[in-house]
Design a protein around this ligand. Structure first.
Ligand code: AMP
Ligand code: MN
Ligand code: MN
Ligand code: MN
Length: 278
């Protein structure tokens, strides 16, 4: 029972790092990575809790990167969390989230929705990690959207009225920083990006050339069909395969069951065969 992608209150998840581990344990998890956005602050608590539950714990992080003007998420696993260069890069990515959130708030105000910035900040446990998730929650709570998905399709999604273009770190810099910290670099949820077949191949080729290791063949609530497609894509590009629930909170249908991802198709080479930490 393996899950190598999930979130806590350190970024935009609803559970504390310890609570994430407890829930994963209840679900039968035996190997877990906590992968908060751009932040490793939850790893120490999660690791201690995982030891109590006999779960093999793997250091993780999900880095927000920009590739050819698009936002692509890169998961780092099994790295040295004290690596100064990696921590520097993460601090750089975090910088700018508050300004971006102010801009999102201003755009919503132009649509007659006032108080969104303060409201979303109030929901973020860690203000420097304010994300669109917090805006979505606030919009739902205040009757501006039916649910989280609706908040993204009405206001927050790419190209929508409150979307703010943001420069994250360069994808290559993120991959190099993960490798420099002796970790493995993984393309997160490839099935979620709105890319043409050619752009997708280019992304995978470039990622391989940078020394990237794997892609998520299973993410969240994706279907068998996605797993089979991305198992083939991974094989074609010589990439290892990873799995992750992308869990944020209970009742969020886009996330899978925390701690218990489906099995990889047999042609996959699992990324966990290359972990150093035990
Ligand atoms: P940000 O890092 O602020 O751009 O926020 C991105 C986060 O918003 C992702 O990590 C997801 O948790 C969430 N998200 C992005 N797009 C959607 C969507 N269409 N529906 C629901 N949640 C989304
Ligand atoms: Mn998120
Ligand atoms: Mn992501
Ligand atoms: Mn995620």
């Amino acid at each position: 029972m393996i899950d190598l992608h999930c979130h806590s209150t350190i970024s935009d998840g609803a559970l504390l790092p310890t609570e994430v581990v407890q829930l994963a344990a209840q679900n039968g998890c035996t190997m877990l990575a906590l992968t908060d956005h751009d932040h490793t602050g939850g790893l120490a608590d999660a690791r201690t809790e995982a030891m109590r539950h006999n779960i093999r714990f793997i250091n993780g992080v999900e880095i927000s990167t920009t590739w050819r003007g698009r936002s692509i998420h890169i998961v780092g696993l099994d790295f040295d969390e004290h690596d100064a260069n990696l921590q520097n890069l993460l601090a750089n990515v975090r910088h700018g989230r508050i300004e971006r959130a102010q801009q999102i708030g201003d755009k919503l105000a132009k649509k007659g929705i006032f108080g969104a910035f303060d409201g979303a900040m109030g929901l973020a446990t860690n203000p420097e990690m304010i994300s669109r998730t917090h805006f979505a929650d606030w919009l739902v709570q205040n009757g501006h959207a039916r649910n989280k998905q609706n908040a993204f399709s009405k206001y927050l999604g790419d190209g929508k009225c409150a979307a703010v273009k943001h420069e994250w770190v360069d994808l290559g810099d993120a991959v190099r920083a993960i490798i420099g910290a002796r970790g493995l670099a993984i393309i997160a949820h490839p099935m979620r990006y709105d890319l043409s077949a050619t752009a997708r191949r280019n992304l995978f080729d470039e990622f391989v050339a940078l020394g990237g290791h794997a892609m998520e063949v299973h993410s969240g609530s994706c279907q068998l069909n996605d797993r089979l497609n991305y198992a083939l894509a991974a094989e074609r590009h010589g990439l290892l395969a990873s799995v992750g629930s992308d869990f944020h909170r209970l009742g969020d249908y886009s996330g899978g069951v925390l701690g218990a991802c489906p099995e990889l198709p047999p042609i996959c080479k699992p990324v966990w065969d290359y972990f150093r930490s035990s």
